[in-house]
Design a protein around this ligand. Structure first.
Ligand code: 3HC
Length: 286
């Protein structure tokens, strides 16, 4: 089994930066790539702010803080992944983009490097099929916020080797996560169960069955969930939820997963949740 020392993360958005942060603070040399300097700076700032907060709370010593910083590097070049042992793709949920990226990385990466996708809704099989290393490709699906949430879904395609699954699980454990194994079917485990719940909450609101606040309070206090469904929708992102719902609906044509009209219209209007300043709640005043 290859030893993983250096990790590449493609994408420094909310999930990409959280995953890069987790890798670097778990002891891996980590290089994170974005498509332009502005996006890269934003992602790196998010990570350094999180480490500063941890240090201020006494959860990191000054030495650990300095070591974390040393292990993390930003880049705009895919070629900087050439000596990585494992690369995690965390770009937009767009299959054309992912295929372009996987094709390019297949040429750049070392022959034995693992190539993992954090996709929550697209087929890992399709990404692997455009490479000559389909046995070294699997899903590694983190949850938001990635540094905090303890679950990682390891997603196996028909071509993923058992060795790759073992390495991916071992890697997840080394990040302090608990891995679960899922087949490459739309939604894997968590979203297959979570999306119908979130969609049902939106339908209740659309149908006037209860108010946003009462639905949130009910699920938080009635079920002991950390967040009600609308707070969670805003937190995860309405666009991400819509993509996941569409992907599962596309695969099974089960009306349980059909995106409600309100969700689609909010996404079209740019109301994406916390990240855009407005979703089911308004965050414009912080
Ligand atoms: N980065 C790093 N640390 C963070 C963080 C972040 N983004 N957000 C919160 N934390 C830390 C806080 O600093 C705090 O640390 P401390 O205990 O040392 O002080 C700790 O996490 C708890 O945070 P808070 O005290 O601010 O607030 P909560 O106790 O309410 O926890 C939460 C916040 C962890 C987000 C919690 O509300 C929660 O678990 N919510 C549900 C999240 C969830 O369900 N995520 C999965 C979504 S589905 C998904 O991602 C899949 C996708 O494909 C759709």
């Amino acid at each position: 089994m290859a030893t993983i020392r250096k990790v590449g993360v493609v994408g420094a958005g909310l999930m990409g930066s959280g995953i890069a942060q987790t890798c670097a603070q778990s002891g891996y040399q980590t290089v994170v790539r974005e498509i332009n300097q502005q996006f890269l700076d934003k992602g790196l700032t998010r990570i350094h702010d999180a480490w500063n907060t941890m240090a201020n709370k006494g959860k990191l010593t000054q030495q650990q803080l300095a070591e974390n910083r040393d292990r993390l590097r930003g880049t705009l070049e895919l070629e900087d992944f050439a000596d990585c042992d494992l690369v995690i793709e965390v770009i937009l949920e767009n299959m054309e983009e992912k295929i372009r990226l996987f094709t390019a990385l297949d040429h750049i990466l070392k022959p034995d490097a693992l190539l993992l996708s954090n996709t929550s809704s697209l087929s890992v099989t399709q990404m692997g099929a455009v490479t000559k290393r389909a046995d070294k490709i699997c899903g590694l699906h983190f949850f938001n916020p990635a540094p905090v949430m303890r679950l990682v879904e390891v997603v196996q395609t028909l071509s993923t080797s058992e060795t790759t699954i073992d390495e991916a699980k071992k890697f997840a454990l080394s990040l302090g996560k608990t891995p679960v194994l899922a087949k490459d079917t739309a939604g894997f485990i968590v979203n297959f169960l979570l999306i119908p719940y979130l969609i049902a909450a939106i339908r209740m609101l659309e149908n006037g069955m209860a108010s946003r606040d009462d639905i949130d309070i009910a699920m938080k206090l009635g079920c002991g969930y950390p967040m009600g469904p609308f707070t969670l929708l805003d937190y995860v992102g309405l666009d991400t939820t819509l993509w996941a719902a569409e992907a599962i609906y596309e695969e099974y044509k089960d009306p349980l997963y059909a995106p409600p009209p309100l969700l689609r219209r909010m996404v079209v209007s740019g109301m994406l949740g916390k990240k855009s300043g407005k979703g089911f709640y308004d965050y414009s005043n912080g």
